[in-house]
Ligand binder design. Structure first.
Ligand SMILES: Cc1cc2nc3c(=O)[nH]c(=O)nc-3n(C[C@H](O)[C@H](O)[C@H](O)COP(=O)(O)O)c2cc1C
Length: 223
């Protein structure tokens, strides 16, 4: 948003500046009132993995904003070794779901059973999928980490816009073997790019679940 002030001056970053101010004023006392948290922390703390989407379409502009947030992710040596491929054709999503479930029944019966117990779908009736394809030109041992950070940006941006999400690693099954190469082409992966991870997006068909319980013992302070 752009703000005009006297004499035609433009102050383009006012909104950003105000957000910073809000962040600076966050109290540091423990057990603070949730209402006082800044919005970024609130989104981080309330994002959860949704596995029951209602299938309603997500506006195109919202998808673009989410994808753009993914592109803002940091990466090793700023190689940005990724493409974010957004699929919002529901009929195709459902076709890929059936395809993936059939493959998984053969390649990973245990995971298949886990998904059957969760409702029998891989994509949980999501309205859109963002496939994060990895570029082999990245720093080899950081490429998947870089793509994982993109996935995190996508889920948090989605949550901030009222869109539910879940990271989906199981989608890998679509890209295995010879059939997987054909799938990469069909979805527009550039040559030599491989699947890293994906994010399912949509709107929950029920009230939000709580996210996992963070374990405070896993953050260690050395003094
Ligand atoms: C790399 C990665 C892959 C994941 N793959 C799947 C998946 O294929 N299917 C799924 O339902 N959840 C998947 N998840 C979601 C996790 O199960 C979920 O984040 C975890 O249970 C914690 O729950 P929360 O996100 O609600 O806090 C994945 C998460 C990560 C980080």
């Amino acid at each position: 948003m752009v703000y005009e002030v006297k004499g035609g001056w433009i102050l383009p970053n006012l909104e950003r500046f105000l957000t910073k101010l809000e962040q600076v004023s966050v109290p540091t006392i423990p057990n603070r009132n949730e209402a006082q948290m800044n919005q970024t922390l609130e989104v981080i703390k309330t994002r959860y993995s949704c596995r029951t989407f209602d299938g309603a379409p997500i506006p195109e502009q919202t998808l673009q904003e989410i994808a753009h947030a993914g592109l803002c992710a940091p990466s090793a040596k700023n190689r940005q070794p990724w493409r974010i491929i957004t699929l919002s054709d529901k009929a195709l999503i459902d076709e890929l779901d059936a395809n993936a479930m059939a493959r998984m029944a053969i390649s990973s019966p245990k995971d298949h059973q886990r998904l059957m117990d969760r409702g029998g779908t891989l994509f949980y009736n999501a309205s859109a999928i963002m496939f994060i394809a990895k570029d082999p030109a990245g720093i080899a041992h950081y490429i998947d980490l870089d793509c994982g950070i993109v996935a995190s940006h996508l889920t948090l941006a989605a949550a901030s816009l009222g869109v539910d999400s879940v990271i989906c690693g199981f989608a890998r099954v679509l890209f295995d073997g010879e059939a997987g190469e054909a799938m990469k082409q069909r979805l527009g992966f550039p040559p030599d790019f491989d699947f890293s991870v994906s994010v399912l997006l949509g709107f929950s068909d029920r009230p939000a679940n709580p996210p996992h319980e963070p374990d405070p013992n896993k953050a260690i302070t050395v003094s």
